[in-house]
Design a protein around this ligand. Structure first.
Ligand SMILES: *[C@@H]1O[C@H](CO)[C@@H](O)[C@H](O)[C@H]1NC(C)=O
Ligand SMILES: *[C@@H]1O[C@H](CO)[C@@H](O)[C@H](O)[C@H]1NC(C)=O
Length: 299
């Protein structure tokens, strides 16, 4: 049972406080009414300013930061850029390149891939050229790849610019539940969506497999892996699920594997969930947001 407090005993400094109060009251009476009014006015201005300068959202954003537990505080020491591709091959694919022997017979003759199916949204937007030109990246991490259109576009750009770049594609390669593209439906094996093969087919067909590695897992686990292994990107693009919660987690995790001085950007700032996540993240980390077409870029 909660106990009821004992009667209060006056604190030892009670007498001093009483004297203070008396002084204040004398001072109050000495000040004229217009002056009192003026003081009140100035006070309310100051209070109004103080509370206005801290809008509610920054308070909740601060709470988010205090309670965010995204990956370890610091990722593993970086592996050299020239070892990134092999690191993925070793860690994800047990030392054998996934491009070896692709496509296997059961895929090519089993109707599991189209010769080409490179659907995408804003995949050739100018932002890619702008940022690649600026960052001259050795490693690009793409969070949300779908069928590989923008990754293939980025490979084309880096090769044109004479850069030796690896693009790491993160996606579960399943689209989303019930996704169906007119005429070129999702291929399934007993309900198992096998979009990964189509992505690989597109990359091979574009002669980009020397420049692309992929992690066929959820964004969360894949970025956690990169963090554990010390794989960082000079450019990190976030373009996976567009609801607030997904975008928020992706952006936070992606930032952990952004090289110091690198650029974090992403697609579809017009989606309200994405915009909210980007705005809160930018405010918390002191970034500004630039808009380039449909993309957001932090700087
Ligand atoms: C990885 O490959 C080696 C052979 O190179 C094999 O002995 C081992 O079982 C493989 N591990 C897994 C998890 O498949
Ligand atoms: C395919 O890509 C490689 C680089 O990985 C390049 O050396 C070769 O010239 C390309 N082939 C064609 C036909 O473009």
């Amino acid at each position: 049972m909660k106990s009821v407090g004992s009667p209060e005993t006056p604190p030892s400094n009670h007498r001093h406080r009483t004297q203070h109060r008396r002084l204040l009251s004398v001072a109050y009476q000495k000040v004229s009414t217009p002056t009192r009014f003026l003081i009140l006015l100035v006070l309310s201005f100051i209070l109004g300013y103080l509370f206005h300068a801290q809008p509610l959202v920054s308070q909740s954003a601060a709470d988010l930061l205090a309670h965010s537990t995204f990956l370890p505080e610091k990722c593993h020491n970086p592996v050299p850029a020239e070892n990134v591709r092999q690191t993925i091959i070793d860690r994800v694919f047990n030392h054998t390149s996934p491009w070896e022997g692709f496509p296997p017979k059961h895929v090519s003759s089993g109707g599991l891939i189209f010769k080409e199916w490179t659907k995408g949204w804003g995949s050739n937007a100018p932002v890619f050229e702008h940022l690649i030109q600026k960052a001259k990246p050795k490693t690009i991490i793409e969070v949300g790849t779908f069928l590989g259109a923008s990754a293939i576009h980025m490979v084309g750009l880096t090769r044109q610019m004479g850069l030796d770049t690896q693009v790491l594609c993160i996606d579960d390669f399943r689209g989303w539940p019930g996704y169906y593209d007119e005429g070129k439906g999702m291929q399934m094996v007993n309900g198992d969506v096998v979009m990964l093969y189509q992505f690989m087919q597109n990359v091979v067909r574009a002669n980009a497999s020397d420049s692309i590695m992929f992690l066929p897992f959820s964004t969360n686990t894949a970025l956690g892996g990169l963090c554990d292994w010390g794989v960082y990107g000079d450019l990190v693009e976030v373009d996976a699920a567009h609801d607030f919660h997904s975008a928020w987690v992706d952006i936070n995790n992606a930032y952990k594997v952004l090289k110091p001085g690198g650029i974090l950007f992403g697609h579809d700032i017009v989606w309200v969930g994405v915009r909210k996540a980007v705005e809160i993240f930018a405010r918390l980390h002191g970034f500004k947001i630039a808009i380039d077409g449909e993309h957001w870029v932090l700087y």
